[in-house]
Unconditional design. Structure first.
Length: 192
């Protein structure tokens, strides 16, 4: 009996050495997500207890569900990420993208603004905010955010193209042409 108890305890101790922590599961899931292995990513994330999931874990779950067309579930996951970390700008950004894709422009603007307040260095936050303002017909706000995006990253052709569009809509043809020329130059450079 004593030998059986000792052997069982020894096996239990050895097995506990092989237990994977939530942090390790999270790191593995992120690596699989980076390699576009979405099934394995989902499998690993679902092994993590909900209370142990990081904001990044919830974000990845949201992305996976969004890619599957499960919009409402994706929104829920992004909101869970925000609940875990109120300063995780990526969750606000992805939530805003989801709202913008579904024509909920005011909700998108609100979340893009929150993302921009948390990360003033990401040009795509300002670009997407500008595109949403264009959809709302708020061209001066779009212009302002496109200029911010270009100041942060001047080599993205779409930034210049959309600013050319905005200036054209504002009847500023000379400025529109300048940004259209920039767009053409950047597009040409990219094709070389």
């Amino acid at each position: 009996m004593k030998k059986t108890l000792i052997a069982t305890l020894f096996i239990a101790l050895n097995l506990s050495c092989f237990a994977i922590t939530p942090e390790e599961l999270s790191q593995q899931a992120t690596a699989f997500y980076s390699d576009n292995n979405f099934n394995k990513t989902m499998e690993l994330l679902l092994q993590i207890n909900e209370n142990d999931r990081t904001a990044q874990d919830w974000l990845l779950l949201g992305n996976l569900l969004d890619d599957k067309g499960e919009r409402d579930n994706a929104i829920f996951m992004y909101q869970k990420a925000i609940n875990v970390d109120k300063k995780f700008y990526k969750a606000y950004y992805n939530l805003a993208n989801n709202y913008a894709d579904n024509g909920q422009y005011n909700m998108a603007v609100s979340n893009y603004k929150k993302a921009a307040s948390l990360n003033k260095e990401n040009p795509f936050v300002f670009y997407n905010l500008a595109c949403t303002y264009i959809k709302l017909g708020e061209l001066n706000k779009a212009k302002s955010n496109l200029n911010k995006a270009i100041m942060l990253k001047s080599d993205v052709p779409e930034f210049h193209y959309n600013l050319a569009y905005v200036y054209k809509q504002l009847n500023k043809d000379k400025l529109a042409q300048t940004y259209l020329d920039n767009f053409n130059k950047l597009t040409e450079q990219a094709s070389l």
